[in-house]
Design a protein around this ligand. Structure first.
Ligand SMILES: [Zn+2]
Length: 639
């Protein structure tokens, strides 16, 4: 662990050194699917990160795509200990580290933008933690000194200006290792030149969909402040600006600004998959609107960082909701194709203009680079960084936990770390999020006292915890349950989360169904039609082959009561529709008046709806398993 160095604020928890947490079970399977899909082969089939990349000294793409790819490829390769993937990453790293300009600049000389270097530094810090390569710290120091000298005359602009908080992470990472005081001058200069996200979230005024007409009416071009401060990916990154800056400012208001950010985005643009709409700008509450895949992975990274700094367990709830729904939902089961935009109510994936605020007609196709190639380069970080965030370290004296490990999110894994100077190995066995049981086997090298702080989600009232079979006091939902003991090898902690289905209300009083961290959807029958081959992969349209316009029939007094659950094994593709590990069964009635136009479901009717059609049984599957889906339903209620 490298804690934050004074005078920085300590933050609630620290990340474990990369490599401390290893995926197991379905999570390892998922990372392997990713490596065997586009992530492991992108350089072989997409010229933008191929041998002529500017980040390999070539004359090809020389902006953000090489660094984006590395930001996910590096942790993926090392988590899987995959020699072939490591070798692919190493070529980019070696070129970058070995070709620093005499003045300090890194990267392709043909492109002087600060922004892609912000991404490359995130990749290099991960690589340094995984390998200890002694070249990284001197290269970063020389580059950041150079940037500090240049910024007064060549300030942050457009993307870099709105994403300064991501550079601040690297500046503080380096300060924690070197203590060079000029790095804090650089931190303050980034804050001064960067966009003021904290002020925006304190007085949030983007309450309507931001359409092309809206931008035109305000004379806003694509890189204007108005366009960039309503841009989805920028928000995905910007929500962490307050917490990250609070490490420097020490301000509680800065640290807590992420709460206001999530509340504002939920209130005006929130969707039932945990995302906010952004296609490509903030798009309102209609669940036929989409969210960009870059925003999903950047929002996840922001939540991981913000949770570590604030210690707020609710950020873990949100992180899981994105990781287990929106992230896998944007990919084909084999992770060879992805969407740019995904919609909670996604009744067709085809070439169409509706309903995007500013995006193009390819945006919800499954393919190599639908609409624009940013997501193709950037998606790789989602699963690996989630894996690296499952456990965090709490320091001695921490108010919530004390010296120990924090289970920030749940998935099968094992962790090796030092607690109270003793090597500790913990194996977490679970099929969460598909099941509610989590078992941790604890093995310290010698009996050692430390705390295990278990995140109890807000939805998990009634959770039980047993240590070596003995029931512990019932934990409160929405907190960390602190289990401090002298642990010895063979000790076991068993958590049982309640997994009863829940009904959640949304846009136009619609209903969505959740169970644990999973969101459920009606899976419309799918007809996949290849649009064209794309090298080793292809672009696909998906057309509906069944009706989808159903209202759920719920008991007005106890809406979740009639939902039946069936479970089956978690298969070789955990989020695939085939062998969906959990299914819910509900009663539903057709709503004839609810139709689609130009590939998108019309806004759903206000609930409750009154329908004469007879009820029929409908099966719901995990959101990500249904590539054509309805997630927000009208409801028809009977008492
Ligand atoms: Zn993107």
């Amino acid at each position: 662990m490298v804690p934050h160095r004074a005078p920085l604020s300590p933050g609630a928890f620290d990340f474990l050194p990369l490599g401390s947490i290893q995926p197991r079970g379905w999570l390892r399977t998922q990372l392997r699917i990713q490596a065997d899909g586009l992530s492991g082969h992108l350089d072989e089939t997409w010229a933008d990160v191929g041998p002529n990349s500017g980040w390999l000294g070539g004359t090809g793409e020389s902006w953000e795509r090489g660094p984006y790819y590395l930001d996910g490829l590096i942790p993926l390769a090392w988590l899987l200990d995959d020699a072939a993937l490591k070798a692919k990453a190493q070529k980019f790293i070696d070129w970058t580290l070995d070709h620093q300009a005499a003045g300090g600049m890194i990267g392709p000389a043909s492109n002087g933008d600060w922004w892609p270097r912000i991404v490359m530094m995130k990749a290099l810090t991960q690589y340094q933690e995984l390998t200890g390569d002694p070249r990284v710290v001197p290269v970063l120091e020389k580059y950041l000194r150079f940037q500090l000298s240049q910024l007064p005359s060549r300030p942050l602009r457009d993307w870099g200006k709105f994403r300064w908080q991501d550079e601040l992470l690297t500046v503080l990472w380096l300060y924690n290792r070197t203590g060079s005081p000029w790095l804090l001058d650089l931190a303050r200069l980034l804050r001064q030149q960067g966009y003021d996200w904290m002020s925006l979230y304190a007085d949030f005024h983007y309450t309507e969909p931001v359409t092309e007409n809206f931008l035109r009416a305000h004379g806003a071009g694509g890189l204007s402040d108005l366009a960039l401060s309503t841009h989805g990916v920028n928000h995905g990154q910007g929500v962490k600006a307050g917490p990250v800056w609070s490490l420097v400012s020490g301000s509680d208001a800065d640290r807590r600004s992420v709460e206001g950010a999530l509340a504002a985005l939920d209130r005006f643009h929130g969707l039932p998959n945990g995302m906010f709409s952004c296609d490509e700008h903030l798009a309102g509450l209609d669940p036929s609107h989409g969210s960009e895949l870059c925003t999903v992975v950047e929002y996840m990274f922001s939540l991981e960082q913000s949770l570590a700094i604030t210690g707020d367990p609710s950020l873990g709830d949100r992180l899981e909701k994105l990781a287990f729904n929106a992230l896998p939902g944007a990919f084909t089961d084999d992770m060879w194709a992805h969407q740019y935009n995904q919609e909670p109510n996604q009744v067709e994936c085809s070439l169409h203009r509706k309903p995007w605020t500013t995006d193009g007609p390819e945006s919800n196709l499954y393919g190599l680079e639908p609409n624009f190639g940013c997501c193709t380069a950037n998606f790789h970080q989602g699963w690996p960084k989630f894996t690296n965030s499952l456990f965090l370290h709490a320091r001695a004296g921490d108010a919530q936990c004390g010296e120990g490990l924090v289970a920030a999110a749940y998935a099968p894994c094992e962790v090796r770390t030092l607690l109270n100077s003793t090597p500790v190995h913990i194996v977490e066995e679970t099929e969460y999020p598909f099941r509610g049981a989590v078992r941790m086997r604890i093995a310290p090298e010698k009996p050692t006292r430390f705390a295990l702080c278990l995140r109890i989600p807000q939805w998990a009232a009634g959770t039980t915890i047993r240590i070596n079979g003995a029931h512990q006091p019932p934990p409160a939902a929405g907190t960390f349950a602190r289990m401090e003991h002298e642990w010895k090898t063979g000790d076991a902690v068993e958590i049982e989360f309640p997994m009863a289905p829940r009904i959640v209300r949304g846009y136009r009083n619609s209903v969505s169904v959740e169970r644990g961290p999973l969101v459920f959807s009606y899976g419309i029958d799918e007809s996949w039609v290849k649009l064209r081959d794309r090298g080793m992969t292809a672009d696909w349209q998906v057309f509906p082959a069944s009706q989808w316009n159903y209202a759920l029939q719920l008991n007005a007094g106890a809406p979740a009561e009639g939902l039946a659950v069936t479970e089956s094994d978690v298969g070789p593709r955990p989020f695939a529709r085939k062998h969906a590990p959990v299914q819910l069964h509900v009663q539903a009635r057709r709503v004839d008046a609810w139709r689609a136009g130009d590939g998108a479901a019309d806004p759903l009717p206000e609930s409750p709806v009154h329908i004469a059609e007879s009820a029929q049984s409908l099966t719901l599957i995990p959101y990500a398993a249904a590539k054509l889906r309805v997630t927000a339903f009208p409801s028809s209620e009977e008492s």
